[in-house]
Design a protein around this ligand. Structure first.
Ligand code: PLP
Length: 333
């Protein structure tokens, strides 16, 4: 496997640090917990989408695109990192937001990620909840073609085999760091949504024969749907890399018990997890993804899911730029 065969632009600060969390580990009394700081990828306040965008933007450039189109929720971290990446390489950026959250606060609609999108110069369009977002992107693409532009569509979350290469690379990075620091990693845990992060990690861990289980904590749909989505993308990604057939269905494990009432809707355990990490480690997590991922990891430690395991790694996928959009739903006490 040679990732350098695939076109790539440099957007992220890599490798991101992998840090031990002594106070959290002691407080929870389970395995030693490390955090892989993908919130520190650097671009436009960082996050996991930047790794994917290194490959997606390179593909867009190869296809001579001068405008990228993507979609998400109003507070999409993916949209914000795409807007920053487009600015950095001199492309126009069109964002389509689905008004997924009803009764949204002023802060949600104007602050956090969406404010940064505007700073990065992206054009923003909004569509109603339940719209077919792929169709919406196609329509915008056709409109731009009529104007003489060359658009490139990036799927929601940057999750296709090209974007997932970013997390194949992250798996290699984690394994290299573990070898260097002499840490035996028993499980990697992270929040899973549009599936590209987990799919890439599963492929990378498998291709390296590392035997490290990857546990995705769902933030959206139920377990079977989430696992099927990740499995399908992992298979497509391994095929795209010239390694067909290396992924088994049981390599893909998601726990979707921590979603609560739905995507973006806060839960008490998420709120407690965010406070715990802020107060034990001085780290910032977001309510939609990384906070729910953490809530899952913390509860599973309490339930002895990791019994007999010495070291686990939580991948901090970012999202803290959105925090200010949620100050009214997050309790600080
Ligand atoms: C997008 C995102 C995720 C989920 O990653 P996917 O590749 O979409 O599964 C997790 N955490 C944060 C902060 C994100 O923005």
């Amino acid at each position: 496997m040679l990732l350098s065969r695939f076109p790539r632009v440099s957007l992220a600060h890599l490798p991101t640090p992998m840090e031990y969390m002594p106070r959290l580990s002691e407080h929870l009394g389970g395995p030693e917990i490390y955090v892989k700081r993908d919130d520190c990828t650097g671009l436009g306040t960082g996050g996991n989408k930047t790794r994917k965008l290194e490959f997606l933007i390179a593909d867009a450039q190869k296809k001579k695109a001068n405008v990228v189109i993507t979609q998400g929720a109003v507070q999409s971290n993916h949209a914000r990192q795409t807007a920053a990446a487009a600015a950095k390489v001199g492309m126009q950026c069109e964002l389509i937001f689905e008004k997924r959250v009803t009764d949204a606060s002023d802060a949600y609609l104007k602050s956090g990620n969406v404010f940064l999108d505007q700073l990065f110069g992206a054009n923003i369009r909004e569509v109603e909840k339940g719209s077919d977002m792929n169709e919406e992107m196609d329509e915008v693409a056709n409109e731009l073609i009529r104007k003489g532009l060359t658009p490139y569509i990036i799927p929601g979350g940057g999750s296709n085999p090209i974007g997932a290469l970013g997390y194949v690379d992250c798996a290699l990075e984690i394994i290299a760091q573990a070898n260097q620091e002499n840490i035996v990693i028993d499980t990697i845990v992270h929040a899973t949504g549009s599936a590209g992060t987990q799919a890439g990690l599963v492929v990378g861990a498998k291709a390296m024969n590392s035997n490290i289980p990857i546990l995705g904590i769902g933030v959206n749909v139920e377990k079977k749907l989430q696992e099927d989505k990740v499995y399908q993308l992992a298979c497509e990604t391994s095929e795209y890399m010239g390694l067909p057939g290396i992924i088994n269905r049981e390599d893909v494990v998601a726990n979707c018990d921590y979603v609560g009432e739905g995507y973006g809707i806060s839960t008490q355990s998420m709120n407690e997890a965010i406070l715990m990490l802020a107060r034990y480690e001085g780290l910032l997590f977001d309510p939609v993804y990384s906070g729910k991922g953490l809530a899952g990891m913390i509860d599973l430690i309490k339930k002895d899911y990791f019994e007999g395991q010495k070291n686990i790694v939580f991948i901090h996928t970012g999202g803290s730029a959105g925090l200010f959009a949620y100050h009214d739903i997050l309790k600080t006490q």
